[in-house]
Design a protein around this ligand. Sequence first.
Ligand SMILES: C[S@@+](CC[C@H](N)C(=O)[O-])C[C@H]1O[C@@H](n2cnc3c(N)ncnc32)[C@H](O)[C@@H]1O
Length: 538
Amino acid sequence: MGTSGRLSLTWINKDRSLISTRDGGYEWVNRDDFRVTETRLLRDVATVGEVHDDLKRAADNLLIQGDNGDALRALSRLPEFADEYRGKVKLAYIDPPFNTGQAFDHYKDGVEHSVWLTMMRDRILLIRDLLAPDGSIWVHLDDSEGAYARVLLDEIFGRSCFAGTVIWRSTDNSNNDAKTFSVDHNVIHVYGKSPGWLTNRVARREDQSGHYSNPDNDPRGPWFDGNPLGSPNPRKNLQYEIVSPQGHVIRCPPNGWRWARETLNEKMATGEIRFTPDGKGIRRRTYLLEQGGLPPSTLWADIEETGSNRKAKAELKRIFRGKPTAELFKTPKPESLLRKVLEIATQPGDVVLDCFGGSGTTAAVAHKMGRRWILTERESGTVDKFIRPRLDCIVNGEEPGGISKAVGWEKGGGFRHLEVAPSMYERMGNRLLLAPWVVGDAFAETACAQIPGFELEPGSESPFVGRKGRRRLAVVDGLVAESTVQSIVEALCENESVLIVAKSYLREAASLLEKLSPGSRIKKAPQDLLDMKGRVLR
Ligand SMILES: C[S@@+](CC[C@H](N)C(=O)[O-])C[C@H]1O[C@@H](n2cnc3c(N)ncnc32)[C@H](O)[C@@H]1O
């Protein structure tokens, strides 16, 4: 129990944060460490298929290589991406490492519980900012951390946003060597961004319509007649008798009929309500044709419908024909599982996010089902060996497997491959310096990304790079002298002020700026972008 009296989960270092390390692990740092708070840029690596102009690149499907903490921060803070995605993602499906203690070839799956919980907490908080008010998050796990994640999600979203936990049958052959149970399922916790989130209804399966039949060739098709005819509450005007053509008097149920006499007569005229052949009762026909979908069940045990781990591996084997099984991605999910998730939580055109990309199943399915998608993956080897070839084939019409046939996928569309840029800072002893790559346009872009609220102004005349209302941002990759201030102020329009970020400036230049344009300021990078403790100022 937390000090506030609210139920909460505690763990060691809950008040700290983590940064990814090169070996695929994590290192503890303070929450305000510049490596956690800095906004990284997203650099273009390649484009595949049809994409927008570079100026509208954020509107493309996005494959981002890099740590998902950095990628999610960039998506919600860099103005070009934030406009497109903050509060607009309809579905976040994540299938993070389960923390089973195993080491897979392509990623580690065993970290301290507190590391796992902190890593997840920080990512889920970032995802929450990106979710649309009517969006949902689906967190796919097993028993290793499933129960802890449920409490963590309650803490982040609130218990009122919990929609359900799907039990997905993950295997079609039980483990005969298990010491206790053969664990044959995974869990998927589902939370709405807001309380009252609604699922789409799902089509009925054949076995859910088995009670409908058409023995008398009714032109409206299969029907069943077991629905109640009585009113749920007693009402005087619903209590009347009916006389059948055979002359039998049919008494109403204890609370009366469900309809007033006129409505019941109308239903008799259309054939929806009919006398029984002996004339001693009436029946109401409910037609299959008129029934909508059903609310989705939490039990997904039909391997034909939602696949299994084995089916997912078989899908990859088919895509990467010739690759030895031992080299294939070890923990893919089947396309049919993701298809069902997308059917329940999205419509065509909605944005789907998966920040633990793996072999790219979520993006593959979203693409084939006409959703927009963002996929992030930390390991460059996984991106190069699995995700890129798989998605390239889908765009080029060379991937007829998985759900392609079922959803009628042929080819088309496209995506942008981006990577998270390195940090703009480098530590030298106790000092933070700008990294050597932070020059020219890169300096302008990174400086703008660190200063909240400024939008990049592409095409504006140097040194102006950004704007926040009537305040402009000028970035100077060098020294600002009095003459620089003079020319910058001359270029301002009436009522405009300026924030100048420069690598250095003369004191006289700062005084002149204050005199010529009161309210305007100069900041020196990186020192003035960080506070006294080396924290990024936001
Ligand atoms: C269980 S797999 C996902 C499998 C995926 N659903 C599929 O169908 O192929 C988890 C993936 O998350 C990636 N990952 C782990 N930590 C990450 C991080 N901090 N940032 C981005 N990706 C990460 C791993 O490299 C791994 O590829």
